[in-house]
Design a protein around this ligand. Structure first.
Ligand code: UDX
Length: 467
């Protein structure tokens, strides 16, 4: 099938590459000429597992990049809109890019085409797109507007797209539903998973991925409600972690016990410094605003946000409790990305913590395996901030080492070596990466989230005693 994907951000680029992987002829359009030129030249703009491999496989073959939206729309039978929906000043999603895109493609709807919203949009956007197309002269018989939300996570985006928990297609006409079934056919019938070249995935889907057809409105709601529910799950366990601290027990034990109930499930029950990223904070706010606009006060979501903000403050309180005063203290920071496995620092709790420490007069030495470049661009030129070469460099001479992103490699660090590098044997772990006994045996004063503080089992070396 000939498919246009408008927008080469996270969702657009991954969708375009994966549709090409499914055998379609895809044109991915963006109005950022530099970005398109870079993609045409084979550069990979985001840090994402398997993306370089799939781009190399399809670029110039089944996948073209262009700045010409009209051409792309003219040549395609399905047009996926995957442009940004940033948060407006009032918390609502700014849909002006979606509207501009709908306006522009109208001229190309001279025969039947399906316009698909792939960006995360509020419920009823489908209706607005339809209205925009009509007001700009499109004939009703020549188009349908479908909602096909994307649930991919950064870091595992390709795998999530090709091995989805479910594919949701919200369409109000059978003609459009039939077109979308053709788009996803290799995943629906499982034929993709039998190809020798198929990207390996986390589970066997040879009998086909789960495919759900709903109304357009339901599909729009499914996307916002899913993200809001996951954010709620995280805030819930973070709230429980505060109770665990107050009664002196371990949230990991509690979380394992809760998650063992299949109705609840163990995923997204890790306590920490709160969720970040380009989706959860924006989508929780947007969903609250959508509810408000249709007359429902979804104050549960306000609480989700408040708990999330409070976690960062609770972490800073731990740093203060561990170090007494902060001004002039040297702090090593492990992690800058909003989560492990990505270079994305949008709404990263790690960045906000570094900024608070700098504001308190700390001298920060930070390291992240992937997000250094992006962090440098945002926080360059602070006299008290240094970007370290690796974890041990970040820890060197530090009064405390902070873990603020859940990179798996941090959990495997040589703790003895780390401790010997530091000035004080103090670690404050916002992601619960380490075992309490392991830290005590390694000689650390170890603070984490929702778990008891542990003191070193070994006597600290004299030369490491508080200088
Ligand atoms: C999320 C959704 O998971 C995805 O379905 C949607 O399409 C986009 O938004 P993503 O933003 O890539 O994906 O990150 P995710 O892996 O969901 O993590 C979000 C945040 O929650 C991160 O800051 C992470 O550190 C935090 N988190 C996650 C926790 O604090 N605890 C957990 O148990 C899980």
């Amino acid at each position: 099938m000939r498919i246009a994907v408008v927008g080469s951000g996270y969702v657009g680029l991954i969708a375009a590459v994966c549709f090409a992987e499914l055998g379609h002829a895809v044109i991915c359009v963006d109005n950022d000429t530099e970005k398109v030129a870079a993609l045409q030249a084979g550069q990979v703009p985001i840090f994402e597992e398997r993306l370089p491999e799939l781009l190399a496989r399809h670029r110039g073959e089944g996948l073209q990049f262009s700045t010409d939206l009209h051409l792309a729309a003219r040549q395609s039978e399905v047009i996926f809109i995957a442009v940004g929906t940033p948060q407006a000043a009032n918390g609502e999603a700014d849909l002006s890019y979606v509207e501009a895109c709908a306006r522009e493609i109208t001229a190309e709807l001279d025969e039947y085409k399906v316009v698909v919203e792939k960006s995360t949009v509020p419920v009823l956007t489908n209706q607005w797109i339809r209205r925009t197309l009509r007001f700009n002269g499109a004939i009703d018989e020549n188009y349908d507007v479908v909602s096909n939300p994307e649930f991919l996570r950064e870091g595992t985006a390709i795998e999530d797209f090709l091995y989805p928990d479910r594919i949701v297609v919200g369409a109000d006409s059978e003609r459009a539903r039939a077109v979308l079934r053709r788009v996803y056919q290799p995943l629906i019938d499982g034929s993709y998973y039998s190809l020798p070249s198929c990207v390996p995935g986390p589970r066997d889907l040879t009998s086909g991925a789960r495919y759900m057809e709903t109304s357009a409105r339901s599909a729009e709601l499914i996307k916002h409600a899913s993200n809001a529910f996951l954010a709620l799950k995280i805030s819930f366990i973070n709230a429980v972690s505060n109770i665990c601290e107050l009664v002196g027990t371990d949230v990991q034990e509690v979380s394992a016990g809760i998650g063992a109930d299949f109705r609840i499930g163990s995923r997204f029950l890790n306590a920490g410094i709160g969720y970040g990223g380009s989706c959860f904070p924006k989508d929780v706010r947007a969903f609250y605003k959508i509810a408000e606009s249709v007359g429902y006060d979804f104050d549960l979501l306000q609480a989700v946000e408040e708990i999330n903000e409070a976690q960062k403050l609770s972490f800073l309180k731990k740093v203060r409790a561990a170090l007494w005063t902060l001004k002039g203290k040297r702090i090593g920071v492990l992690g800058l990305a909003f989560k492990g496995g990505t270079d994305d620092i949008r709404e990263s709790p790690a960045i906000s913590i570094v900024q608070s420490l700098l504001a308190e007069g700390c001298i920060v030495s930070a390291y992240d395996p992937a997000a250094m470049e992006k962090a440098r661009q945002t926080m360059a030129d602070h006299e008290n901030l240094r970007f370290a070469c690796d974890e041990f460099d970040a820890a060197r001479g530090a009064h405390a080492l902070l873990v603020v992103t859940e990179w798996p490699q941090f959990a495997g660090l040589d703790l003895q070596r780390l401790r010997q590098t530091m000035l004080y044997p103090v670690m404050i772990d916002g992601r619960n990466l380490f075992d309490l006994n392991q830290m005590a045996s390694a000689g650390f004063h170890y603070y984490s989230m929702g778990r008891p503080v542990t003191e070193p089992k070994l006597a600290p070396r004299m030369d490491m005693e508080y200088k």
